[in-house]
Design a protein around this ligand. Structure first.
Ligand code: RIB
Length: 323
């Protein structure tokens, strides 16, 4: 199985949300009211964040298929995507609100997010454009599951490599799983999809998707491709906002595949981009440029995948030893 395609160009199909962000000491527990501090809006949405990350990673041209309302929120989102160099294929839905997300950003850089999908829910199978000159299709789960499945099958049928970020967490239809080349999930999403909790290596062996990657936040990432495990330890940073870090990983990883890079190199680039994203506020505003990622990787080259970090990561994933 190869993750490389003879075509070029990446198509991201998915959501765009305007993020309403309040900083607070901690994320409120159910029934709790927390007095927050400053408030700001940022362009977000898993699909749009990933498109920005893909474009900023350089390499192949990035296009995005998205549904937006006809309101000022949509203008902010379009400006951010275009500013990053993403070509837009917009399904315009007058009278339907553009997607929004309500985020409590805690002082430990973690967050709690509620999404009001709005126009994102109107994306349909019929909206998929021609896939000529598309090498990789990048999908997430903030648009209707039937649409995501139809896009994945259509792309798979014509030989486009299909990458799915299985977020937000939900069980996945077999037809969707069968159409994937790459699945990227976090630990919770992996458990939801496989029904296996607690042992990452075991959960990974239950999936027949050719390449599955589990992102593990400050621990790093674990991938399984063609039955072989690959580990990538985390780059150490001081995070201020983890919003969009997973999206940055997905976009940078897909861009690396589009550029023909191998799995370990793509994993390293995506991890570095994701780590850098946590050092800045906002989802799309936090996505680093390719040149910053390269400089950052060079300065961490001798330390990131040291033996102790890889041993610890292997143990966490339930792998007997790092192979
Ligand atoms: O993954 C982060 C994103 O999730 C935010 O930008 C928010 O819009 C939600 O989609």
């Amino acid at each position: 199985m190869s993750l490389v395609s003879s075509r070029s160009g990446i198509l991201v199909a998915g959501s765009a949300n305007l993020d309403f962000v309040v900083r607070a000491a901690h994320v409120p527990a159910p029934g709790e009211t927390v007095l927050g501090r400053d408030f700001a809006t940022f362009p977000g949405g898993k699909g749009a964040n990933q498109a920005v990350a893909c474009a900023r990673a350089g390499g192949a041209a990035t296009r995005m298929l998205l549904a937006l309302g006809d309101d000022p929120y949509a203008q902010q989102l379009e400006a951010s995507l275009r500013g990053a160099g993403v070509e837009l294929l917009i399904v315009r839905m007058p009278g339907i609100a553009t997607g929004t997300a309500f985020i409590c950003l805690a002082d430990d850089a973690e967050n709690a997010i509620t999404v009001a999908p709005g126009a994102n829910n109107t994306l349909r199978a019929t909206h998929l454009p021609s896939l000529a000159n598309v090498s990789h299709l990048l999908l997430q789960l903030e648009t209707p599951i039937d649409t995501v499945t139809a896009y994945a099958i259509a792309a798979h049928t014509v030989g486009v490599k299909v990458v799915l970020n299985g977020a937000p967490a939900r069980e996945l239809p077999i037809a969707l799983l069968d159409a994937l080349d790459v699945l990227i999930v976090n630990e919770g999403e992996l458990a939801t999809i496989t029904g296996i909790h607690g042992n990452i290596a075991e959960a990974l062996t239950h999936l027949s998707v050719p390449c599955v990657i589990v992102t593990l936040g400050a621990r790093g990432a674990c991938a399984r491709m063609r039955g072989k495990f690959h580990l990538q330890a985390a780059y150490r940073v001081d995070p201020v906002d983890t919003t969009g870090a997973g999206d940055t990983f997905c976009g940078a990883f897909t861009a690396a595949l589009g550029a023909g890079l191998d799995l370990p190199t793509a994993l390293a680039r995506a991890s570095a981009a994701g780590a850098l994203a946590t050092t800045r506020l906002g989802a799309q505003t936090g996505v680093p440029e390719h040149v910053e990622v390269e400089t950052f990787m060079r300065s961490h080259a001798t330390t990131v995948n040291n033996a102790a970090a890889l041993r610890e990561l292997a143990a966490y994933c339930g792998l007997p030893e790092h192979n």
